[in-house]
Design a protein around this ligand. Structure first.
Ligand code: FAD
Length: 283
């Protein structure tokens, strides 16, 4: 893993207890020496302050930190000042996204902002800050849920790279063939940036099903049935999830994936256990 990009994602905690819990989780995960920690950004700016506070705290601890930046429901002026703020704090990496409408908003009474797509945000970041930031964008091996077609989605992904993205992180998936096919298809149309695999540890069946329904990530039938069969037996769910995700990572690494990005959900143990199985040198 030492030659790979290896990153870990958090969301900004909403309570003082959450902040404290994240500090504890982060201290454990820091022992894996990730390339950087990233922090998600709530649609509609709901967690803009939380993202900033968490990112700056990570930076103060001496780690590289990458804020996610969504263009949904925000203005150019707001983004401009946020970019300057991050720049002034020495932040060098961003994850640039369109974002989603906050749940419960519908479309009435909520402005989707001045940008329609992440490619426009990437263009804006490049126009405002040149090459200061390393820009990551999202990629969807199993196709974004709102895409007109897989081909259209791939072209839209290429648009983000053309606009100036350096690397991409995928939505999570459990079928490595979907990832390898996506990388191959991207290369065929001349997109050669590293596409880092997004990895979602499996620890909780209902939470996983909820996330996957929202983001269009497919849970293969055999995984779904097996998880459902464990009922409330969280020990068995965790053990099975660890085995499935370890093997997924092993296949990706054997296939020369350029890196792994862990959706930690602010929990250390599942990511630590997978990395331990993978023999990450520092564990
Ligand atoms: P886009 O790349 O803009 O694509 C959105 C849809 O529009 C796709 O269907 C695409 O095919 C289509 N499209 C793109 N360009 C065009 C065009 N020019 N014409 C027509 N159609 C077009 N969400 C958050 O709110 N906060 C986060 O912090 C966050 N972090 C994420 C991190 C990762 C690694 C990933 C994979 C997702 C993350 N998301 C986050 C979720 C993301 O915001 C949603 O998946 C969102 O629906 C799409 O964002 P995007 O940046 O991929 O959008």
């Amino acid at each position: 893993m030492s030659d790979k990009i290896f990153s870990i994602e958090f969301f900004p905690p909403k309570t003082p207890e959450g902040v404290e819990k994240l500090r504890v989780a982060r201290a454990k995960l820091a022992e894996l020496h990730p390339s950087y920690f990233s922090v998600t950004f709530g649609a509609g700016g709901s967690t803009q302050q939380g993202t900033r506070d968490t990112v700056l705290e990570i930076k103060r601890e001496g780690h590289e930190a990458a804020p996610h930046l969504s263009c949904m429901g925000t203005s150019r002026d707001n983004l401009r000042s946020l970019l300057q703020d991050y720049k002034s704090h020495g932040i060098k990496r961003l994850v640039a996204l369109r974002g989603d409408l906050p749940s419960g908003y519908g479309t009435i009474g909520f402005s989707s902002g001045e940008f329609r797509y992440a490619s426009e945000l990437v263009e804006f970041v490049r126009a405002e800050t040149g090459d200061w930031f390393h820009i990551e964008v999202a990629a969807y091996p199993e196709v974004h849920p709102q895409a007109k077609s897989p081909q259209d989605d791939l072209q839209n992904f290429a648009r983000k790279v053309k606009a100036g993205a350096n690397t991409a992180i995928t939505q999570y998936f459990y079928n490595p063939d979907a990832y390898f096919r996506f990388v191959e298809d991207a290369q065929k149309i001349g997109v050669n940036v590293p596409i880092i695999a997004g990895i979602m540890p499996i620890t909780n069946y209902s939470q996983l099903m909820r996330f996957s329904d929202m983001c269009g990530a497919e849970i293969p039938r055999w995984i779904r049935l097996k998880l459902a069969s464990f009922g409330d037996d969280s020990e068995s769910i965790r053990a099975f999830g660890l085995d499935v995700v370890t093997r997924l990572c092993e296949r990706l690494l054997a296939g020369d994936v350029p890196g792994l990005h862990f959706y930690s959900l602010n929990q250390a143990n599942a990511t630590l256990a997978i990395c331990h199985n993978l023999g990450t040198p520092s564990v």
